[in-house]
Design a protein around this ligand. Sequence first.
Ligand SMILES: Cc1cc2nc3c(=O)[nH]c(=O)nc-3n(C[C@H](O)[C@H](O)[C@H](O)COP(=O)(O)O)c2cc1C
Length: 184
Amino acid sequence: MCMASNNSSAIESIFSRASVRSYSEEKISRKTVEGLLDAAVRAPSAMHLEPWAFVVVSDRELLKALSDRAKPLFLEKLHHAPASFSDPDFDVFHGAGTLIVICAKPSTFSEADCWLAAENLMLAACSMGIGTCVIGSSVDAINLSKTELGIPAEFEAIAPIVIGYPAVKTEPSSRKTPNILAWR
Ligand SMILES: Cc1cc2nc3c(=O)[nH]c(=O)nc-3n(C[C@H](O)[C@H](O)[C@H](O)COP(=O)(O)O)c2cc1C
């Protein structure tokens, strides 16, 4: 779980954030989600295009249907996918009650812009005691379900992120030291 306290510094959030894969039943309010989206759109974007657009899914049945669609697609895509993807009970969204999908109309740097917005959102959430996890394994299922999700055809889902109040504390995982190739 994010260990940063409310109004913690950016550096505290960076060093305490961890992907959360166990969530409480407590819903994240619409106002809180809106606050996270406000933080997301503070990200830099190439040529100030701000290409991102958001879809919020909190309908549990829809989340379940998406998870069930995502698993076979991911197994097909990634032959060494974890065994959990073959488990009918496995929820790719880890039981989170809210999924935020960051989408964009494809352009030169739209993916980079969306991922920067994603990190802003996750660090802001961390500073508020809210857990997050990127769910890359759901992106194909989301893009095949655009109509159902209200994503216009010309947009692509880029960064699916679940959010929720953590049920358990997750410690940050280790990192390799920075690989500095040159310093001239
Ligand atoms: C592009 C991307 C896709 C990811 N997809 C998944 C996913 O499908 N399911 C999941 O549980 N975690 C997913 N993650 C989370 C990573 O597993 C996690 O960030 C990584 O193990 C490092 O752990 P940390 O986030 O706790 O620091 C994804 C992360 C990224 C950046």
